[in-house]
Design a protein around this ligand. Sequence first.
Ligand code: 3H9
Length: 704
Amino acid sequence: MSQEVQASVVHTRLDGEVLVVSINNPPVNALGQAVRAGLLAAVEQAAGDAAVRCVLLVGEGKAFIAGADIREFGKPAMPPSLPEVCNRIEALDKPVVAAIHGPALGGGLEVAMSAHYRLALPAAKLGLPEVTLGLLPGAGGTQRAPRLMGVKAATELMLGGKHLSAKAAQAAGLVDKLAEGQDVLAAGLAYARELLAQGAQPRRTRDIEIADKAAALAELDALAADTAKKSRGLFSPAKIVECVRAAVELPFDEGLARERALFTECLDSPQRAGLVHAFFAEREVVKIPEAKAAAPRAFAKIAIIGGGTMGAGITVSALDAGLPVVMIERDAESIARGQANVEKVYDGLIARGRMTAEAKAAVMARYTPSTSYDDIGDVDLVIEAVFEDLEVKKAVFKELDRVCRKGAVLATNTSYLDIDAIAAATSRPEDVIGLHFFSPANIMKLLEIVVPAKVAPDVVATAFELAKKLKKVPVRAGVCDGFIGNRILAIYKQAADYIMEDGASPYEIDEAVRGFGYPMGPFQVTDLAGGDIGWATRKRRAATRDPKARYVEIADRVCEQGWFGQKTGRGFYLYPQGVRVGQADPEVLAIVDAERAKKGITPRKFTADEIMRRYMAAMVNEGAKVVEEGIALRPLDVDVTFISGYGFPRHRGGPMKWADMQGLEKVLADIREFAKEDALFWKPAPLLEKLVAEGKSFESLNSL
Ligand code: 3H9
């Protein structure tokens, strides 16, 4: 790296006796190689210049330092290392002050903890979120944070990955002083001068003794036990506890060495690769062609048509985002029910002590119930969430076309209907778009933004802006039955049904899927959502189903008994007295046996690994088709859909990343092997075949 580059990301300037070292590496001052080298050079400059009596570290732009440069992970290490930089800062024989006015995260906080004094402004955010990337703080954070904050608080900060406000950080012992305002340079200089006037000396975190080691070790034992229970196969949380144990038991330098070894293990783990992929994929999904082509339309007031589960959930989501909402229902009784559905959510929060009655009243003041479409003539954006029937929806859109102002965005929350047909019911298809929320809409992060043929680019950009306002994770999807998520779900659910009919019980399949990292297996999900929903979809698809396609009737038999899952007390599982964790049901197993016998199938054994190979191969193959057809823009859009909306284990990066990590040739070989049993279902996606033939990965398609 050239001197100029280093100089351009880290500037030094002498202000009286204070050497101001400012980091300027947009967008977030990540600690790439040039910043590390620049910091090291700045410390050497301070050491060698007798005119310097104190060093002030500040970040330019919005952040202090957001951590190591995540883009460098997985690439060859380039000196100087961050631990080396931190140790050099701490060792300086002149006081070093870190002035923090924005995010000081991960390696950023590690730099600050290596400084001798820390000042925070109101917008500061301090944290060690490495665990969210499958890592642990690897530049002394696991050794310094316990010395500053105490063992329990530091370990909890690292395990939780959450950020602390300036005030909370001061209370925790991470920050020495708070300053008001936004001028970090002025506040930092004032603090540095105050320290010099007091004759302050370097004060090294490494020299702090951890008090009461026996008590600290007992706390760590409890945290280790809790972590083992909660971390569901995650690799780095237990290593974090191990590092802190080293901080208590070993001299500082040996603790650092232990941290380094465990950090490297985490860095090399597939979980780190999966989690870092998820981090960037969630930021890439918003980069869509329409956002480059057009600016979003303004929206200040919105309307929701329908007050059922979805309509009420979307209403709560919009109210929570501070938007005024008009809810339309067809009659007085329905709108009263709609309002009750909304209030129920807030009353639940009040009951749990998470909201006050006054706060609810303030939110509900922005809610207007109505039974007349004429009340929404002035809104900027409408989301229709009525009964899932094309004719009903078309009628609603005709009404919207009649009453809405020119330029209002008209969105439908359909989960599978043809949005082009809905748009055609209006005189303004360019304003019509799909916004597919997931239930419960006020909680689930995923929002599929479904782009019909005639929609204007600025309407697509507006939908992405709305997603941001509602704090959702938006994914751009094309029009097809099920869009990205439900289309792929239908296929891997089918694979699960085949495995069940061929020999595995629904309970074995669920267990294998949970073992992979999902919170629930597919049959548990069916029971939670209501078996009748899938049953209705299967009936709808019956007419268009290929008569040659294999069809498993087990779920239909279960539904015919009226066993729709949790809400009816039994489904694939039994739920005696409303318990939520179901129990295996011998009568369901008898249905499975009877169906196998009817088709002349001799059941065979499946290991968890065999179950997952099929389950994942089906998911990846359909994912490849969805990308090839342009329903998803890139493989990473499929990954984000499944992580945010379908419980896919984040540490595996999403189905397409998982496939890349397995090796696409291995996945394709599996599909070809399964095709020997059922060539129609296991037809390899041409895109998958092409990538394998060219020796490429899904990742190669991720940049637009
Ligand atoms: C670590 O520090 C390990 C050390 O312990 C040990 C080392 C030895 N690197 O989120 P935004 C990009 S691990 C590279 O949209 P916001 C991001 O991709 C690290 N790039 O903004 C995006 O790029 P683009 C521990 C990064 O205002 C742009 O910056 N640190 C990094 O909503 C804007 O990001 C963390 O885990 C990075 N570290 O939120 C903190 N961070 O514009 C991770 C961001 O091309 N970062 N980018 O899409 C965050 O939590 C948020 O980005 C932050 C800003 C709160 C800082």
